[in-house]
Design a protein around this ligand. Structure first.
Ligand code: NAG
Ligand code: NAG
Ligand code: NAG
Ligand code: NAG
Ligand code: NAG
Ligand code: NAG
Ligand code: NAG
Ligand code: NAG
Ligand code: NAG
Length: 454
């Protein structure tokens, strides 16, 4: 205890010594006198930019309505609000241009509300103080992950017309997303992801195209069931690079579909929408810039329509087709997937059989769990995939011997073979060379016998 005490005392002395030097430097630069009497200028260069008093007061009002477990706003003291944590100002005008009040949970939270409740980390309720609208020069506003406890989405945000980045993700707002957000014509990033289905909804999306250079849109878990023309609206925003609309209750779109117009799209997530049609998949084959395609739980697309889309998407790096009742051969499904570049492939919980093409040499993540794969030869056909780090084959129908090529998976960190019909522990001998393995699951097989000592 005593030692720790004297340590921090020393640190204190050191810090105050530095402060003395800083004061001395300021005095010198002041008295050597370039720019006499320009006290503001000295303040800007020496200690940090100053801050408008009216905006400082607005910030303090905003803070007074935010949940604070203790140290969240510890830097929010003194006159210089531009130096406060989460605040940034324009160097020339001095106006506050950025307000980042994202709540950071103390543990690494995973996906959804249920995890939060399960982990019993509940945070206190916050309110959006009306003073927010006084920060008229804001370009970046992040209120994500706070708990606004079912309050309506504040319409006044629509008056902050300089916003380029708006993030209200998982902030527990409730009700209608104000169509006035269409007034935010400078937005590049708009993240409105909801926690849960029945919280947020729209009446239509007709306001969205009024934002001419939108690059990033996330309306996952927002109920879009009334936006019957959603497909046409989205397709008209050709600047979109990232689009997340998972679990958005998307209405059915009848054919013929309009000409493909999303020429910049790189990430597309439509998982959890049962109305994704085969026609849409064929339409997607013109999305040649696409890198990540996430279509988990999208009903029962046909293998043929998936094939057609995949054949054209030569820049694909990640593909998620899990939980789709796809029936057939994996080789057939992936028949015309480009052999280069694909790193993440999730085909779990379908009815697929057979082998994976050994040509997908860049694969790092492969999830084939919950299918109908019967033989460990799958590992032989995967033998060339030397970049594989994550391989999940749980809950298939696998039995038999492990082929020696499994020793090629030198990068493998995660291997799950649980829930199969593997009978022999020799599997452990063949895994002996996998020195990077951190997770191995062999539960629920038919294994008996001695553990080999290798
Ligand atoms: C918005 O905030 C969430 C949660 O804080 C974050 O995961 C997401 O990446 C942010 N969106 C954008 C566009 O930065
Ligand atoms: C948004 O713009 C419309 C005109 O397009 C205007 O009537 C309305 O007052 C604006 N709303 C806000 C909140 O600025
Ligand atoms: C979405 O809203 C509609 C009413 O507009 C409702 O019928 C439907 O159940 C909602 N969807 C979900 C998933 O809650
Ligand atoms: C395609 O995008 C442009 C904007 O780049 C838009 O003007 C046009 O209306 C869109 N076409 C369709 C069919 O939506
Ligand atoms: C896809 O692109 C091809 C060739 O550029 C074009 O002929 C076809 O009409 C496009 N399809 C759609 C749905 O836009
Ligand atoms: C669209 O999806 C909803 C459920 O999300 C479903 O009730 C409806 O029948 C689907 N429509 C069509 C035409 O498949
Ligand atoms: C994809 O494979 C199918 C079936 O083998 C074939 O008919 C189709 O022409 C291929 N498409 C592309 C774009 O390569
Ligand atoms: C592995 O790569 C070699 C050489 O490129 C090739 O001849 C062989 O067919 C590949 N094996 C599989 C299973 O794809
Ligand atoms: C393990 O590596 C050694 C040396 O590289 C090799 O001789 C042996 O066959 C490998 N064993 C397996 C099971 O791959």
């Amino acid at each position: 205890m005593a030692a720790a005490g004297s340590g921090s005392f020393q640190y204190g002395r050191l810090a105050s010594k530095r402060l003395m030097m800083l004061v001395a430097l300021l005095l010198v630069s002041c008295c050597l006198g370039h720019g006499f009497g320009d006290e503001d200028h000295v303040e800007v260069e020496g200690i940090g930019s100053s801050c408008m008093e009216s905006e400082r007061r607005a910030l303090l009002a905003i803070k007074s309505d935010m949940y604070d477990p203790g140290d969240r706003f510890s830097s929010w003291t003194g006159k210089d609000c531009c130096g406060w944590r989460g605040v940034a100002c324009d160097h020339t005008t001095g106006h506050v241009t950025k307000l980042d009040l994202r709540y950071h949970y103390t543990y690494h939270y995973t996906y959804d509300l249920w995890d939060l409740i399960y982990n019993e980390e509940r945070i206190g309720v916050s309110k959006v103080n009306p003073s927010l609208q006084e920060l008229k020069h804001l370009k970046h506003l992040d209120l994500s992950m706070n708990d606004f406890s079912g309050a309506p989405v504040p319409e006044m945000i629509a008056s902050l017309v300089h916003l380029e980045y708006l993030n209200l993700s998982k902030a527990m707002f409730d009700g209608l997303i104000p169509p006035q957000f269409g007034n935010l014509s400078n937005l590049h990033y708009l993240d409105l992801q909801a926690w849960d289905y029945d919280l947020l909804h729209v009446d239509d999306l007709d306001w969205l195209p009024r934002i001419p250079s939108l690059k990033y849109l996330d309306m996952s878990s927002v109920n879009l069931s009334r936006a019957t023309n959603w497909f046409y609206v989205i397709n008209s925003i050709s600047t979109l690079e990232v689009l997340h609309l998972k679990y958005a209750d998307l209405p059915y779109v009848s054919s013929p579909l309009p000409p493909f117009n999303l020429t910049a799209i790189a990430t597309l997530e439509l998982s959890g929408n049962s109305n994704i049609t085969s026609a849409m998949l064929r339409w997607l084959s013109n999305a040649t810039s696409l890198e990540y395609l996430l279509l988990s739980r999208c009903g029962s697309p046909t293998i043929e329509s998936v094939q057609i889309a995949l054949g054209a998407l030569s820049n694909l790096k990640g593909l998620d087709l899990s939980f789709n009742s796809l029936k057939g051969e994996i080789l057939e499904l992936l028949n015309n997937v480009s052999s280069r570049g694909l790193k993440q492939l999730d085909l779990s919980w379908n009815h697929l059989t057979g082998d994976v093409p050994g040509s997908l040499r860049d694969l790092e993540y492969l999830d084939l769990s919950g299918n109908s794969i019967v033989t460990l030869h799958i590992l032989a056909s995967l033998g060339n995939l030397t970049n594989l780090q994550h391989l999940d084959l749980q809950n298939n129908l696998i039995s038999g011997e492990i082929p020696p090529t499994v020793g090629n998976f030198v990068q493998l960190k995660y291997l799950d073979l649980s829930g199969n019909s593997i009978v022999t522990l020799h599997i452990l001998a063949s895994l002996g060379n996998l020195t990077n393995l951190q997770h191995l699951d062999l539960q629920n097989n038919l294994i008996s016998g001695e553990i080999p000592l290798t």
